[in-house]
Design a protein around this ligand. Structure first.
Ligand code: CS2
Length: 493
């Protein structure tokens, strides 16, 4: 056991470890971040840290966990400090981030969190709560008022358990106390994430008190953002790597890649850190960037995850070393996804090459099972709009049909060799019941697509897609996934 990372240790860190470069004790709170998981700490917090080094300002972060006390227990004894380790090839770079001042746990200290959120010093609520944290119905796009957690929060809105209820209660208190404008910024990997955030908050507020919803609609801004950085869930080796690098213990350490990107709409009701000085890009409309990222990067990630796991790979970089899988994904990106994207200030060909290079990063192992989780939430963003756009362009997106079939096959919960794996998905019970092997492939595919809200394209093209996906699901079930990949690859070469 070494000593824990804390401010007193900073002077003793090895020289090549970069340390935040400002007087953190003089920096007050300005941001409450909901869902302080690994992604936020390796992304938005790093941008904030770099911006503070250039401009100071009271933009310290209070991190909020909803239920688990794990991150609070790791970070609070370190005064909020933690290590971000960037890895790729021979690069191994450590940085101590200083802008997270403390972490609070909603299930334990709701009152304290709400009183901070409704104080004048806080000017931004930001969130990474994943797709399911918005409680939006995939078909209607509205808040799911039948969800048991949402129902419970509507009965007792002063002790919120969910993100929308927490934000609405904090906003209600701000209105009452007149503590000034605030921005609610989603940093989740969703299309039009600011609009989804707004929908979730306004629907909850309307159900509580329509006048509150009107006030929110007039006084709060909800910018959209596109976030990108690969941050695998930290494992045992992350902590030992950090100890090795910084010479003390840091149970909150993270591993990530050198790459990071953040595109933001500049709609902040009460100011913001100078994130542009840390490399963030401010644009009028984030949506084309989000579409490109979700469909090219995340859509391909999911394909590598499902197919890779089904043929026995534990890690994404293993999938990327399989040439047939790479060829399939390249076909999906270049022939099916890119033609359906609106023009965006990015070189999409180069973007795809970079994505493949990033996925191949074996010094940053990312499990296929992690990327494969929550398919019911991720696929509607990643594949379905790309499928619809491709069909509407008069194409037949066969690789996307193959990918979709692999998700259906994945939901059977065992790979080609019969190895069993878990299905982590908020809808897992429903999905597993509808994808049992004795249900015919066509029914399975129809059921899944319907559950996700359908394909918004012309009917004949959509039907052909369903037939293609059912055909490949049949093949994967009756032969093997590996054989199907082989057959699929030879069908277009
Ligand atoms: C991944 C993303 O786990 C997943 O579903 O596709 O978390 C991905 O690593 C990030 O979006 C990269 O920015």
């Amino acid at each position: 056991m070494k000593t824990r990372l804390n401010e007193a240790r900073l002077a003793e860190l090895p020289e090549d470890v970069e340390v935040y470069d400002y007087d953190r004790l003089s920096v007050g709170l300005g941001i409450v971040h909901l869902g302080i998981g690994s992604f936020h700490r390796a992304h938005q917090a790093v941008y904030t840290d770099l911006a503070l080094a250039r401009h100071r300002g009271d933009w310290g972060i209070l991190g909020v966990s909803f239920r688990s006390g794990r991150i609070a227990a790791a970070l609070n004894p370190q005064g909020g400090l933690y290590t971000v380790i960037e890895r790729e090839g021979g690069i191994r770079h450590g940085r101590i981030v200083g802008c997270v001042k403390q972490v609070a746990v909603l299930s334990e200290e709701a009152e304290r969190i709400l009183s901070i959120m409704s104080s004048k010093e806080i000017r931004i609520f930001s969130a990474t709560v994943t797709e399911k944290g918005y409680y939006l119905d995939p078909v209607s796009g509205r808040l799911n008022l039948d969800d048991s957690m949402i129902k419970a929060d509507l009965i007792q809105p002063q002790t919120p358990k969910t993100m929308p209820a927490l934000v609405v209660e904090a906003l209600a208190r701000r209105r009452e106390r007149n503590t000034g404008p605030v921005t609610v910024m989603s940093c989740d990997n969703l299309t039009a994430n600011g609009k989804k955030m707004r929908r979730s908050i306004l629907d909850f507020a309307t159900a509580r008190d329509p006048s509150l919803a009107e006030w929110i609609s007039a006084s709060v801004t909800f910018p959209c953002t596109m976030v990108d950085r690969i941050v695998p869930a930290p494992g045992e080796n992350t902590v030992s790597d950090a100890a090795n690098l910084i010479g003390c213990d840091d149970p909150a350490a993270l591993m990530t890649e050198p790459f990071r990107q953040w595109v933001i709409e500049d709609q902040f009701a009460a100011g913001r850190p100078a994130w542009e000085d840390a490399g963030a890009q401010f644009v009028e409309d984030v949506v084309p960037f989000e579409h490109a990222k979700l469909r090219l990067l995340n859509g391909s990630h999911s394909t590598f995850a499902y197919l890779g796991r089904l043929i026995g790979y534990d890690y994404i970089h293993q999938s990327v070393s399989n040439q047939r899988l790479v060829a399939l994904v390249r076909h999906q990106m270049f022939n099916e996804v890119i033609p359906g994207l609106a023009s965006v200030e990015m070189d999409l060909g180069e973007y795809c090459q970079t994505v493949l290079r990033r996925f191949a990063n074996r010094t940053l192992p990312y499990t296929t099972i992690q990327v494969a989780s929550d398919g019911s939430q991720k696929i509607p963003q990643r594949w379905l709009p790309a499928i619809a756009a491709s069909i509407d362009n008069g194409r037949r997106p066969r690789a996307l049909a193959f990918s979709f079939a692999s998700w259906a096959r994945f939901l059977e919960g065992r790979d080609d060799d019969g190895r069993v794996f878990p299905i982590n998905d908020p809808d897992s019970r429903w999905l597993s019941d509808r994808t049992k092997k004795d249900i015919d492939s066509e029914t399975v595919i129809h059921c899944l697509i319907e559950r996700l809200g359908g394909i918004a394209s012309n009917v004949s093209g959509a039907n052909l897609f369903l037939d293609d996906a059912a055909f490949w699901l049949d093949r994967m079930r009756n032969y093997s996934v590996a054989d199907s990949i082989r057959e699929f690859s030879s069908s277009w070469v």
